[in-house]
Design a protein around this ligand. Structure first.
Ligand SMILES: Nc1nc2c(c(=O)[nH]1)N[C@H]1C(S)=C(S)[C@@H](COP(=O)(O)OP(=O)(O)OC[C@H]3O[C@@H](n4cnc5c(=O)[nH]c(N)nc54)[C@H](O)[C@@H]3O)O[C@H]1N2
Ligand SMILES: Nc1nc2c(c(=O)[nH]1)N[C@H]1C(S)=C(S)[C@@H](COP(=O)(O)OP(=O)(O)OC[C@H]3O[C@@H](n4cnc5c(=O)[nH]c(N)nc54)[C@H](O)[C@@H]3O)O[C@H]1N2
Ligand SMILES: [Mo]
Length: 764
């Protein structure tokens, strides 16, 4: 793969021939290139497998090829022909591997054997599964005898509903609610904001609503890279004449135009569909102000309509019967001055009035959002402001309208649904206690940020990672990497080697597991697993290819074996039977969550998935007030206090089009025109000139907070980019070294990865 940096604007659309070329390149990395068309044809299909990339909805009537460039890359990545077998670790010490980059580590291939870390030899060495489970069980029991709250059970968002249910049950039987998952760095903001606003922790739209909406308001979600299959319904919507308004500091190509690789005519003629009809480059953290401006302009339109004796712009009947807090909210908006709105949002009044006019005209509006809203100090308020805007015109709880958080990992929403949560109040603990004859722990568990703090403070001594790359995904890499090896026990269940596996506790295991695309054969035959998509639909998934190694175990089998080894006295959970037949786990899930999972086994193959109830869809508001709540924002800026110094910038940490979180597939961020390197900082041309820098210059980013910790990222190349002044962008996870652990979203504790205060220094 070429690593010569090449940086030039990309002129093409999202999708199109660029995506086909990119796929062909990635297919060569996958083991089964020849069988891949057949395999990809099973992706996201009834009786096929659920894509391991994003959580976007899987339609009941799928395209012949219901996958996207990035979903196919994820498939090839899992089916890697490379093998990280014991011989690999004989050649490479952990110290040496720490000099490899994220791409290099995962590109080495699939893990094949259970391994134990040998500190004396500074490397992983193979171990028997039974020995591994016995020692892990012993270690966990010792910690438990001391204090069961000293272990963290992390989950990354890929493991199935079945495994996740078993995992949370194990943690609770062990004695704590320390069940953070990747959601704690992601959409936890949603899980806190939406229950207060509309009484449910998940979005209110389903896929069919996309076919009926006549306007979409997109805030901080990069559809072209991170949920590309959503471009299909958006393309249809655009062709129908629906308006798509985007609020994003960066101009993202997937939000501008799209050529559908699944439409031969469009591919051959070079046709494109415009995606966004209006594009607003809001400042990082400027969304609360921007939405307040939209609301203010909507109220003005409403007043003007009333004065003319025309129908109202807001929906008074809906507001009266279904909502609470309207008067206060209207008063708050009336009290805001336009200059404050303009300053905080970085958008002009005229632009916001234009967007508000589009909103006011639309009959059915969907508000879509992602990390651009959730990863800020006041992310909860940002999400609640978007709900406020929708409530003004009754845009929640009717067809073609609603709120749509775009979830990340393919089963991250589902993991929360079946009990992976550090918040005991979200879990039916009494019922779990009854079903399994124990007294579940009631105390709040640790979030990701709390877990990091507890690890640094020595309060946690054991860490189990069910997938993911915790150490690389969290903020504050410097202290975290230094503090991690002080843990007594670290256990990582993984498919591929990553940097997090190079920092290990005194007793450390790396346990290789099956991926979802692989056949999961157990005592009763090949098993089916299930996942929940972003729109609350549950899907079955069947592995299709032979496992990467005969030594791999399924995640369910690993969780069960650790549980049995740790808690041999527990006889109320049939771990062995569950592993033999995942259908029995689904029965247990149904018993625990009867409203959501009624007839689980019978319904899991429903085309398009079977829907969980979404009460807000039917205007059943499970909030304390019994209504949908207008809520006032906690501040006008979602970010930390802005400094008066123009050289302090807000850093947005970004995903490229060639990565999945910390998994770096390659070095081609095609849509942004950045190839061959990830060590760049995107800056506004005026800021570059003002700071005396130049395009292409080498610089260092430094975090601009005064807390005694030095945080720097040297070796970055300046790229002049279409980004608002005062903001800059750099890639995640490389830039995580710059994020202070204590800068997180109030209430949800999601790290504030989208506006880190930084300064740019010339040179290294
Ligand atoms: N191919 C691929 N797919 C993925 C992933 C991946 O890494 N690769 N990750 C998965 C996961 S776990 C998740 S959570 C999702 C993430 O998907 P997204 O939610 O799209 O997350 P990001 O790419 O981090 O950022 C989204 C956008 O927010 C914009 N933004 C930044 N700050 C602000 C702001 O203050 N306001 C506004 N309005 N916008 C802002 C950025 O410019 C960017 O375009 O995707 C999932 N799908
Ligand atoms: N600065 C900054 N930081 C961020 C973000 C950001 O936008 N900016 N985004 C945050 C978000 S939204 C998220 S979700 C987190 C992601 O945090 P994580 O979910 O912890 O990280 P991933 O990079 O998705 O994990 C990749 C690893 O998962 C393992 N893996 C892959 N497939 C499987 C599987 O099927 N089973 C098992 N057991 N393991 C598997 C592989 O070993 C791979 O190396 O990062 C967060 N961190
Ligand atoms: Mo995520």
């Amino acid at each position: 793969m070429s690593r010569t940096p090449r940086i030039e604007p990309y002129e093409g659309p999202a999708g199109g021939w660029g995506s086909v070329k990119s796929l062909v390149r990635h297919a060569h990395q996958g083991e089964r290139l020849l069988s891949s068309p057949a395999l990809l044809s099973k992706q996201n299909k009834p009786h096929g497998f659920a894509c391991v990339s994003c959580a976007w909805a899987k339609p009941a009537n799928p395209h012949p090829a219901e996958f996207c460039e990035n979903g196919a890359k994820a498939t090839f990545w899992e089916l890697d022909r490379g093998r990280v077998a014991p011989a690999f670790f004989e050649e490479h010490t952990a110290t040496e591997l720490k000099t490899w980059d994220d791409h290099g580590l995962e590109a080495a291939g699939r893990l094949t054997h259970p391994m134990r870390f040998d500190h004396a030899r500074d490397r992983w060495v193979p171990v028997d599964w039974d020995e591994a489970f016995a020692e892990i069980g012993r270690e966990l029991s010792l910690i438990r005898a001391e204090d069961p709250k000293k272990v963290v059970f992390y989950a990354s968002g890929r493991a199935s509903l079945e495994t996740s249910y078993m995992y949370q049950l194990f943690a609770r039987l062990y004695g704590n609610n320390n069940l953070p998952d990747s959601s704690n760095m992601c959409h936890e903001t949603t899980s806190v904001a939406l229950p207060e606003s509309i009484g449910q922790p998940v979005g209110s739209v389903r896929l069919e609503d996309f076919d009926q909406a006549d306007a979409f308001f997109f805030f901080g979600q990069n559809v072209g890279s991170n949920s590309p299959r959503m471009l299909h319904p958006l393309q249809q919507a655009s062709r129908r004449g629906a308006e798509i308004l985007t609020f994003n500091p960066l101009r993202e190509r997937g939000l501008e135009r799209f050529t559908n690789p699944q439409e031969p005519i469009q591919m051959v003629t070079g046709g494109e569909t415009r995606i966004s009809s209006e594009y607003y480059q809001v400042k990082a953290g400027g969304d609360i102000a921007a939405i307040a401006g939209l609301c203010k302009a909507v109220f003005a339109l409403d007043a003007a309509a009333m004065a003319r004796g025309e129908p109202r712009v807001i929906d008074p009947a809906f507001i009266e019967s279904e909502t609470s807090g309207f008067e206060e909210f209207a008063g708050f908006i009336a009290g805001l001055a336009w200059d404050e709105i303009e300053r905080e949002s970085g958008l002009g009044r005229a632009a916001l009035e234009k967007a508000a006019a589009t909103y006011a005209k639309a009959k059915r509006v969907i508000g879509v959002y992602g990390m651009g809203l959730t990863q800020h100090k006041h992310g909860v308020s940002s999400v609640q402001m978007l709900v406020n805007l929708l409530l003004l015109r009754g845009n929640i709880g009717r067809p073609g309208a609603g709120i749509c958080p775009v979830r990340g990992h393919s089963n991250v929403q589902g993991q929360r649904t079946v009990g992976i949560s550090e918040k005991p109040e979200l879990v039916p603990l009494d019922l779990l206690g009854e079903l399994y004859g124990f007294e579940p722990p009631r105390e709040h568990g640790l979030t990701t940020v709390d877990a990091c703090k507890a690890i640094l403070d020595g309060e946690v001594t054991g860490f189990i990672g069910l997938g993911g790359n915790f150490l690389r995904a969290v903020p504050e890499h410097g202290p975290m990497e230094a503090g991690w090896p002080k843990l007594r026990l670290t256990v990582q269940v993984a498919t591929k080697l990553n940097r997090g596996h190079l920092f290990n506790g005194e007793v450390a295991y790396l346990l290789p597991c099956l991926g979802r695309i692989e056949i999961d054969a157990q005592a009763t035959g090949p098993q089916v697993v299930t996942v929940e998509d972003s729109t609350g639909n549950m899907h079955a998934s069947r592995g299709r290819v032979a496992p990467a190694s005969p030594h791999l175990l399924s995640e369910a089998a690993i969780v069960a074996a650790i549980a049995r080894a740790t808690l041999p006295e527990v006889t109320t959970v049939p771990w062995t039977d569950w592993v033999a037949d995942y259908g029995l786990v689904r029965d247990a899930i149904e018993r625990t969550y009867p409203e959501i999972f009624a007839d689980f086994n019978a319904r899991m193959d429903t085309p398009g998935g079977f829907p969980r109830p979404l009460p807000a869809r039917d205007r059943e508001w499970r909030t304390e007030s019994g209504k949908a709540n207008f809520l006032l924002p906690k501040a006008m800026s979602a970010s930390f206090q802005e400094s008066a110094d123009p050289d302090e910038l807000r850093l947005i940490t970004l995903r490229s089009n060639d990565q999945f979180n910390t998994t770096v597939y390659g070095y081609r961020d095609r849509f942004r025109g950045i190839e061959g390197t990830r060590m760049v900082v995107l800056l506004n041309a005026e800021d570059i000139a003002r700071m005396g820098l130049s395009d292409g210059a080498e610089v260092t980013l430094e975090t601009s907070v005064d807390d005694g910790v030095e945080r720097r990222l040297p070796g970055l190349r300046v790229v002049a980019y279409d980004i608002p002044k005062g903001c800059c962008g750099a890639y995640y996870p490389e830039a995580n070294v710059l994020i202070p652990l204590w800068q997180y979203a109030e209430q949800s504790k999601v790290p504030a990865a989208k506006s880190v205060p930084v300064r740019v220094r010339a040179g290294t």
